[in-house]
Write a protein that binds this ligand. Structure first.
Ligand code: ADP
Ligand code: ASP
Ligand code: MG
Length: 414
């Protein structure tokens, strides 16, 4: 008998039929003698719909009230799933985040889980009930409802699995595992049997939204075995999905595990900055003070002694960053600000890169052969990222995917 935490995402609970299918899967697990805690997301599209209602009233919604609103999506699905389970004769009970004491900090809309009191969950499990918990939400120390940021139900599931010392945390979604890249962009993408926490963290940080970054961080920190699987498979089908775990000795060391991309970034350049000590701080200080996170940064001194200073920010912060830079440009006596939000970042990720030179030049050659101009480059031990024009996203991802031999192996019959 095992204790399993299962999470079902928005598409997996997107209709009454899907919810009933999920209930069947859970019932089958229970019938094998396992104890199951289930975390669910809101029905697909619901969080966006609620967001639109809020912004129709307040373009920048009040963050406390936004959390009260957004958390309702998950409250609908826990109740419906508990009903579907009971209809199938499975004892079940639904709980909101607050009811199972998922305590977070007070950072509305992007709260972090600080503790979970598992007493109520344990009591229900001891009473042989399936426990259905609302993902994405918690309460702060004053009892205010908080939410964990988009994709946050993944983190609820991993945190519950850590708190309950579950045998495994299973993330059921609309794909049957983690692929070498998003299969929606490259249909030849291949499912990975295993990937390390480190690689998955890079993939998630660099834009692969199959798992929320914090969920991967949490799983790595508390060593929670994490598996991504499909919720659409028939109940009887045994799936292995993708296991995310620490690097094992027997693990094949792929050079490149995957390709991630991020369509949410925008690029800003302050041109003709006088080259003297402190300019980087004079530019990025006000940007940081405006609470804008900066990702990639490039600075290069030109022959005339002035420099161009380029960096990327999230597209949501693009307008605000531009306004901040207009002022900075005046203060510094720089020439002008240029801005471009039609860019994307494409990244190669793989722990095998550590011991191999030449991956970067191979990457640049593949992109050059497709006539793709690279606007920015950044590297770390296990990743190389480039910024290119948005129109090259699909071409770039597919060319790199095939150039590094990541496709599915095709069996040729004679
Ligand atoms: P859920 O609603 O179940 O949380 P998400 O939409 O958050 O599902 O995550 C699943 C989606 O992640 C897939 O449909 C896929 O398009 C996308 N995705 C991005 N990168 C990858 C990848 N490397 N492997 C698998 N899926 C990926
Ligand atoms: N419903 C939330 C979202 O759409 C949380 C989640 O699905 O994980 O982001
Ligand atoms: Mg998700």
């Amino acid at each position: 008998m095992a204790l399993i935490v299962q999470k079902y995402g928005g598409t997996s609970v997107g209709s009454v039929e899907r919810i009933e299918h999920v209930a069947e899967k859970i019932a089958a697990f229970g019938a094998q003698g396992h104890k199951v805690v289930v975390v669910v997301s809101a029905m697909s599209g619901e969080t966006n719909r609620l967001m639109e209602l809020a912004t129709a009233i307040q373009p920048q919604p009040d963050c406390r009230e936004l959390d009260v609103l957004l958390s309702t999506g998950e409250q609908v699905t826990i109740a419906l799933l508990a009903m579907a389970l009971k209809k199938q004769g499975v004892a079940a009970r639904s709980f909101t985040g607050g009811q199972v004491c998922i305590r977070t900090d007070a950072a509305h809309n992007k709260a972090r889980i600080v503790s979970i009191n598992q007493q109520r969950v344990s009591e229900a499990l001891d009473a042989d009930e399936v426990v259905v918990v609302a993902g994405f939400q918690g309460i702060d120390e004053h009892g205010n409802i908080t939410t964990l940021g988009r994709g946050g139900s993944d983190t609820t599931a991993v945190a519950l699995a850590a708190a309950l010392k579950a045998d495994e945390c299973q993330i059921y979604t609309d794909v049957d595992g983690v692929y070498t890249t998003d299969p929606r962009i490259e249909p030849k993408a291949r499912r990975l049997d295993r990937i390390t926490f480190e690689e998955m963290l890079e993939m998630a940080s660099l834009g692969s939204k199959v798992l929320q970054i914090r969920a991967v961080e949490f799983a790595g920190k508390y060593n929670v075995p994490l598996r991504v699987l499909s919720s659409f498979e028939d109940v009887a089908v045994e799936q292995t999905g993708t296991l995310i775990s620490y690097e094992g000795e027997s693990m094949e060391q792929a050079l490149i595990s995957g390709i991630a991309f991020n369509k949410d970034e925008a690029k800003l350049t302050v041109q003709g900055v006088p080259d003297h000590p402190g300019v980087a701080h004079q530019i990025l200080g006000p940007v940081g003070a405006a609470n804008i996170e900066v990702d990639m940064i490039i600075q290069n001194v030109g022959a005339d002694g002035s420099t161009d200073f380029t960096f990327t920010v999230h597209r949501n912060d693009f307008q605000r960053a531009q306004t901040v830079l207009e002022q900075v440009t005046k203060d510094l006596g720089a020439r002008e600000v240029s801005a471009d939000d039609k860019i994307v970042k494409i990244s190669l990720v793989g722990v095998g890169m550590r011991s191999h030179a030449g991956i970067a030049s191979q990457m640049f050659e593949i992109l050059a052969n497709e006539g793709i101009n690279i606007r920015m480059i950044s590297t770390s031990e296990i990743k190389i990222s480039v910024v290119v024009d948005e129109k090259y996203l699909e071409l770039g991802v597919r060319a790199l995917h095939s150039g590094f031999g990541l496709e599915q192996s095709i069996e040729v019959s004679q």
